[in-house]
Design a protein around this ligand. Structure first.
Ligand SMILES: NC(=O)c1ccc[n+]([C@@H]2O[C@H](COP(=O)([O-])OP(=O)(O)OC[C@H]3O[C@@H](n4cnc5c(N)ncnc54)[C@H](O)[C@@H]3O)[C@@H](O)[C@H]2O)c1
Ligand SMILES: [Zn+2]
Length: 363
């Protein structure tokens, strides 16, 4: 399969997202490595290093780079000040210069952490994102958001730092734990509802292959998702307007994550439940075409994602929504008129919202 290049046209800092199975070995060809770089700080986590470090290091070495592998702890806990400080000390020990490059090899955690380290090291060094989870390929690695968590909250410290390239090898998705792949498919399905119904059709036609990690099918899905995110990012780099539509399923999804306790649901699973909520609310409000909720549930089930069985206390959900940093002007929901078309609805009737939240307890 020939690699597909999706340009991200950010003013002054445009770059390509390159997508295809098997790109790791051809990383040097696609990574837009800074011509004067001598050292690559390859930031990764142990499970990914075990599978892919050697190939990535070899590709970078073939481009004449001195590769220093820097492994950070696996999991969300790695997005911490301590891990970040550890990276800075390792950068200093090299030392990593302004012309050098950071390569982030892993999921969204590595991308956010290494991206933020790159954003701040020496006032900013180039970063190449090499996402290896479906969530990171279709979302986290594109758009330049980087950051870490504090004990006080997720993603509280961060910055925008666009990568010089994103290289998404969809063959790496085959080794993901199945649950991670499913969760990523939830995030991918979102793009189908808000912008490109073809994503839904691809997944509806071959849900089992998608869950099994078919690299060509996933490449098609990733390319479409990235194209949508790239368009939104280019139109509005700093979050507002159209970028908000990418929060489809996320308002209630975030509340589900918070109320169930972080780690109970994978992010994409919570988003799946949030999309079921959004479709049902949309139908009840008459803004969504009839049948949207049924189609949503059928697809998510086929992908093995949760669509019900969740008892939520509506009052607790509202409490979370009210403290959400994006809720300053009252609670707004992104809804789907019909697959491919999203809209924002401000302050819908609370009783209706509560009723729909309660339906998530059903099958
Ligand atoms: N910057 C953004 O715009 C943005 C957007 C969405 C999410 N995020 C962030 O992304 C993070 C979640 O990312 P994630 O879901 O990718 O989780 P993750 O990075 O923790 O990866 C999930 C798990 O998969 C393993 N793994 C990764 N690639 C693998 C592979 N190819 N084979 C086998 N195992 C592999 C990892 O080691 C990890 O255990 C969150 O911190 C979230 O805040 C950022
Ligand atoms: Zn998301």
């Amino acid at each position: 399969m020939t690699p597909v290049r999706v340009p991200v046209q950010v003013p002054g800092a445009g770059y390509d997202v390159v997508v295809a199975p098997g790109l790791l070995d051809r990383l040097a060809e696609h990574a837009a490595l800074p011509p004067r770089a001598r050292t690559a700080a390859l930031v990764t986590v142990a499970p990914v290093a075990a599978l892919y470090r050697a190939r990535v290091a070899a590709a970078l070495e073939s481009a004449g780079l001195d590769v220093r592998v820097m492994t950070v702890p696996d999991g969300e806990e790695a997005k911490s000040l301590d891990t970040l400080a550890g990276l800075y000390h390792r950068f200093a020990a090299v030392p990593l210069h302004r012309d050098d490059v950071v390569v982030a090899l892993g999921g969204g955690v590595v991308g956010d952490l290494a991206g933020f380290a790159a954003a701040t090291w020496n006032r900013g060094v180039p970063v190449v994102q090499v996402p290896t989870t479906l969530l990171a390929q279709v979302d986290a690695a594109v758009g330049g958001k980087t950051g870490i968590n504090l004990p006080e909250g997720k993603n509280l410290v961060g910055s925008f730092h666009q990568p010089v390239a994103v290289v998404a090898d969809t063959a790496t998705l085959a080794t993901l734990p199945r649950r991670e792949r499913r969760a990523g498919l939830g995030e991918a399905a979102k793009y189908g509802f808000v912008a490109d119904p073809a994503v839904l059709e691809l997944l509806e036609a071959r849900p089992a292959d998608a869950v099994a990690g078919d690299p060509e099918l996933l490449a098609d899905v990733v390319v479409r998702g990235v194209a949508i995110k790239a368009g939104v990012v280019a139109a509005d780099e700093r979050e507002s307007g159209r970028r908000a539509l990418l929060n489809y399923g996320h308002t209630v999804g975030h509340a589900v994550e918070a109320l169930a306790g972080y780690g109970t649901f994978r992010h994409g699973e919570a988003v799946a439940l949030g999309m079921v909520f959004a479709a049902r609310l949309g139908e009840r409000l008459g803004v969504s075409a009839p049948g949207l909720a049924a189609r949503t549930v059928a697809l998510l089930r086929a992908l093995g994602l949760p669509t019900g069985g969740l008892r939520l206390d509506p009052a607790a959900v509202w409490a979370v929504l009210a403290r959400d940093k994006k809720a300053r002007a009252g609670v707004r929901f992104v809804l789907c008129a019909r697959p491919g078309e999203a809209l924002v609805v401000d302050q819908p009737d609370r009783r209706l919202v509560d009723e729909v939240l309660r339906t998530l307890a059903g099958p």
